[in-house]
Write a protein that binds this ligand. Structure first.
Ligand SMILES: [Zn+2]
Length: 509
């Protein structure tokens, strides 16, 4: 197949642009002019002046959670708690008997007047339908009385917070480990429901130019769910799968190494958490505030054990203290992971002390960030991190320091939509305000590299994917405009994975 009459952005510096591209089977054959004569009767696709870029990767996705979130009551953007409650009231009417009412996306910091949610407010609109509403950052859970009753008082857990009222009774809000344990133990979602939602989720992701995801929901059973999808009809999305670090015992027992799998579904990396989040005010800060989920010493142990059986570690770190502890742990264990070629990463790297910023490049630890978080979090960051925002979401500084920077959405926290992420990285605003910390805005090419090229390096695929070069897998996106000239008008026209159109095959008019 030859794609011609457009602009091909290879994202390789040796030949950044071409007029046409030849594809043979599941791979790129080369730029036209060199290889097309080798093809018997090429299928020619007229790009009509459109642009081709490598397939987009979302480097931080909770894929099953995002897929299922497409079907829950959404509370994003509610300006008051009443508005949030109104949405819950209308959703309550659709819940089948015996089922849970689930929702997500609330953030009490968005509501005015300022208030914290309670179970009584929820009871008033849900009655006895068990109801669980996850906060936008997934670190707080708002429950009604019927839901709370399921736990029969079993709410407290190490690393968790149970909010209580003046009488010492739970308010209905759980945070961190308490929230996650409640969700895992007391709210059930059958596999069939996940698989159904993910089938639709993969189609939606393909329509947004996504050809690969780095999934973070290993703890929830992503591997099992993706395997089911692959067995059913094959995947049209490549998956670099994480597993929770507390599976190390099992992995060691059978000497299970990272990298096992095939071109579509491969394991992956270990996931750990240092701290909470900005929105829940549980990010671990150098001023002593926040919640510690994993200590520096514990992370060192995880990294060492992982390295011994070939697993890189991805660790969530938001606050400046959490990031320092994580960098310290990677530094202390460097002799064990670096010679094995492992590629560790810090997820989010949101708030960095100035002296820690260059350490990503020095140590060879990648920053797996979310461009879209900067403009979405700007008001919260200005409020909670007022004197520290110079080192917050410092994407350009990280890149200029020589760090490896990969972009993701953290969907469902932000929408799984890489073009929106690229725009957020380039503009650092998503409304009519000027750019937030404009010194950190990125060039379009930098943002594209962080979305196409770097994620492939993280999964060890830098010689097979992420660029449009001969021999590379033919994962690509046709865009309506060349994003380097017109990012505003740029939309996904079609998506190809392994040489097959998975969204909107040509011809296009
Ligand atoms: Zn995440």
């Amino acid at each position: 197949m030859i794609l011609e009459n457009g602009v091909v952005r290879t994202l390789d510096h040796s030949m950044p642009a071409a007029r046409a591209l030849a594809i043979a089977g599941e791979r790129i054959a080369g730029a036209v002019g060199t290889h097309e004569t080798a093809l018997a009767s090429p299928d020619v696709v007229d790009l009509g002046g459109r642009c081709v870029v490598p397939g987009l990767t979302d480097s931080h996705v909770h894929f099953p959670t995002w897929s299922i979130a497409q079907r829950q009551v959404r509370l994003e953007g509610a300006a008051t708690i009443e508005e949030a409650l109104d949405r819950v009231r209308s959703a309550a009417g659709d819940v089948q008997p015996g089922r849970w009412l689930r929702g997500l996306g609330w953030r009490s910091g968005d509501w005015s007047p300022a208030t914290e949610p309670t179970r009584e407010q929820l009871d008033a609109v849900t009655g006895d339908i068990p109801t669980a509403l996850m906060a936008r950052d997934y670190h707080s859970l708002w429950l009604n009385s019927e839901a709370l009753a399921r736990a029969d008082g079993d709410l407290a857990v190490a690393g968790g917070v149970v909010e209580v009222d003046e009488r010492g009774q739970p308010t209905g809000v759980l945070r961190e480990e308490s929230a996650w344990r409640f969700r895992d133990v007391y709210i059930e979602t059958p596999d069939d429901e996940y698989v159904e939602a993910m089938r639709a989720g993969i189609r939606l992701a393909n329509s947004r130019g996504v050809t690969c995801v780095h999934d973070k929901d290993g703890w929830l059973g992503s591997l099992r769910l993706f395997q089911r999808l692959r067995e059913e009809a094959g995947l049209t999305l490549r998956v670099w799968q994480s597993l929770p670090h507390d599976m190390l015992d099992e992995l060691e027992a059978i000497d299970f190494r990272s990298g096992l799998g095939d071109d579509f579904l491969r394991l992956g990396y270990l996931k750990a958490f240092m701290d909470g989040t900005l929105g829940s005010q549980t990010a671990r800060m150098l001023d002593g505030s926040g919640v510690e989920i994993t200590s520096r010493a514990e992370l060192e142990e995880i990294v060492r054990r992982g390295a011994a059986i070939g697993w890189p570690v991805a660790v969530h770190a938001i606050g400046d203290r959490a990031n320092r502890d994580a960098l310290d742990a990677f530094e202390a264990t460097r002799d064990e992971w670096a010679p094995r070629g492992l590629r560790p990463r810090i997820e989010h790297a949101q708030c960095l002390a100035p002296e820690d910023l260059p350490r990503f490049a020095e140590l060879g630890v990648a920053a797996s960030v979310q461009f879209s978080h900067a403009p979405s979090d700007r008001d919260l960051a200005d409020r909670f991190w007022a004197d520290k925002t110079d080192g917050a979401y410092a994407f350009r500084s990280l890149l200029e320091s020589g760090a490896v920077v990969a972009n993701g959405s953290d969907a469902p926290i932000e929408e799984l939509e890489p073009l929106a992420g690229i725009r957020a990285g380039v503009r650092r605003t998503i409304d009519d305000r000027p750019a937030w910390h404009p010194e950190q805005t990125l060039g379009v090419e930098q943002a594209l590299e962080a979305t196409c090229v770097t994620p492939s390096w993280l999964s060890g695929d830098e010689r097979r994917r992420g660029k449009l070069l001969p021999g590379y897998l033919a994962d690509l996106v046709v865009l309506s405009t060349d994003p380097l000239d017109d990012l505003d008008g740029c939309e996904v026209v079609a998506t190809m994975v392994a040489g097959r159109w998975v969204y909107n095959p040509p011809p296009w008019d």
